[in-house]
Design a protein around this ligand. Structure first.
Ligand code: UGA
Length: 460
């Protein structure tokens, strides 16, 4: 016997990053929210108002809604789902070795939730799933009295609360129009654009958005290579292109490319999914290849800048998280870059303001220090991987004074190259001329550092 579905009661399955931010946002609107989480440690963290991932503002919001009793972490589906009007599935869809999205957690969550879902309840899939998944979950449930919708998430790590309170859009897709409208009303304000559609389109809106942004970054990174070959400046090129409102300046920052838990997984999953339908999505294959090439190019700049050998050289790496304002290390460029530098014989000392704890198990054999000045001490080169604002604000005269060498390679084009070269450093960035090197004829060496080309690889 199940209690009737009530939209004032929401169940969120999965206290991961997306699940928790969504749950906290819904509780903030006054609803009773239960988060089903099997991991006891995570449940305890939620009960203490702590987020599993460093996210500005989230701990405060969580402790407010947990404190007021509107958000509760529960262990079982029975406690979470019984009587809930909407059951939001926010479990992981990690990549399989073939690049597909692994749907086992989603399937299991839906199966178990169905045992307790009230007639009239809605299952809203927030996990990122391949086209057709929501419909097939609905069919497999054999529950005509439960609506299924796709409810994609567009939150960015590091600015999740801003996105929660001012979403760019709410997208909900499904065959049951009333269910779609009920879910569309959950979050967002009266002025938030809402796009209601079928579930397959909603699934592809999610993949398409991430894949398009990733491709945009790979495009500007290819342009950056051409800038190095022609002597242009990628920042100016991106500024000029971005002034066209049809293009826009965002996601045109050249550098080490995209990482994180979403872009790498979703671009591959979309490409694989297209393959199942008989399509070779060439643009995505190229975007993936350009992205991994950027990491090799960065290591190549350090290698060339230090005269072609890293044997016994010490490199300080600034920044480990995949982007600033998070401690997320998933698919972080720093991991590949450090491995490449170590394979080339370098001794690496790395630092990050918040990601050290998460980085440690991934970077065995790498010295991790809390202080960027300590990292730079005795280093032949400094390589900036994550654009934390505190690295821009470093006292670069002091950094250069502590270093053994004077090469600074900026993988995110975020440092003040003029300042660094005026303090005696050699500043090398991505898609711009190096600074601090003597002019021609030694200019040939400068071009060598700037280009540090890697052999082209065939598209896989
Ligand atoms: C991304 C999307 O932006 C969100 O809309 C989406 O909800 C989320 O994935 C998801 O699917 O869950 P996120 O992974 O938090 O969000 O990070 P982004 O801010 O999009 O950055 C992704 C990567 O691109 C980072 O490694 C960043 O350093 C890199 N990037 C970004 C660039 O290299 N250049 C740019 O100009 C912008």
């Amino acid at each position: 016997m199940t209690s009737p579905a009530d939209d004032r009661v929401i169940c969120v399955i999965g206290a991961g990053y997306v699940g928790l931010v969504t749950a906290a946002g819904l509780a903030e609107t006054g609803r009773e929210v239960r988060v089903v989480e099997v991991d006891a440690e995570r449940r305890a963290a939620v009960a203490a108002g702590r987020s599993p991932i460093h996210e500005p503002g989230l701990d405060e919001l969580l402790s407010a809604v947990v404190g007021s009793g509107r958000l509760r972490a529960v262990e079982t589906m029975a406690e979470g789902v019984t009587g809930a009007g909407v059951v939001i599935v926010a479990v992981g869809t990690p990549p399989t070795p073939d690049g597909e999205a692994d749907l086992s957690q989603v399937r299991q969550a839906v199966d178990e939730a169905m045992e307790h879902a009230a007639a009239g309840a809605i299952v809203a899939i927030k996990s990122t799933v391949p086209p057709g998944t929501t419909r097939s979950l609905s069919r497999a449930s054999q529950r005509d009295d439960v609506g299924f919708v796709m409810y994609p998430e567009f939150l960015r790590e590091g600015s999740a609360l801003e996105d929660l309170h001012h979403p760019s859009r709410v997208v909900v897709g499904g065959d049951d129009t009333a269910a779609v409208q009920r879910v569309a009303a959950l979050l967002g304000g009266p002025d938030t654009p809402r796009l209601l559609c079928d579930s397959v389109s909603a699934e592809l809106i999610k993949y398409g958005s991430n894949a398009f942004l990733a491709t945009k970054i790979s495009f500007i990174n290819e342009m950056a290579q051409l800038c190095e070959l022609t002597g242009a400046d990628i920042v100016k090129v991106a500024d000029g292109m971005g002034l066209d409102p049809r293009i826009g300046r965002s996601f045109l920052s050249a550098g080490l490319g995209w990482g994180g838990s979403c872009f790498p997984k979703d671009v591959r999953a979309l490409e694989t999914s297209a393959g199942y339908h008989g399509q070779s999505f060439w643009l995505l294959k190229a975007a993936i290849e350009v992205n991994s090439q950027q990491r090799r190019r960065f290591a190549g700049k350090l290698l060339h800048g230090l005269g072609g050998s890293l044997e016994g050289r010490r490199v300080a790496v600034l920044g480990l998280a995949f982007k600033p304002f998070t401690d997320d290390m998933r698919q972080a460029p720093a991991v590949d870059v450090i491995r490449q530098l170590q394979d080339l014989g370098a001794e690496v000392v790395a630092t990050d303001p918040v990601a050290m704890e998460r980085a440690r198990p991934l970077l065995r054999g790498t010295a991790l220090v809390d202080d960027p000045y300590a990292a730079a001490t005795g280093a032949d080169a400094v390589g900036l991987v994550t654009e934390w604002p505190e690295y821009r604000a470093l006292d670069w005269a002091r950094v250069l004074g502590l270093m053994r060498g004077r090469l600074v390679v900026d993988g995110r084009n975020c440092l003040d190259g003029e300042l660094i070269s005026s303090r005696g450093g050699i500043y090398v960035s991505m898609g711009r001329r190096p600074r601090g090197l003597p002019a021609a004829p030694a200019g040939a060496a400068a071009e060598g550092i700037a280009q540090a080309t890697v052999p082209p690889l065939p598209l896989g």
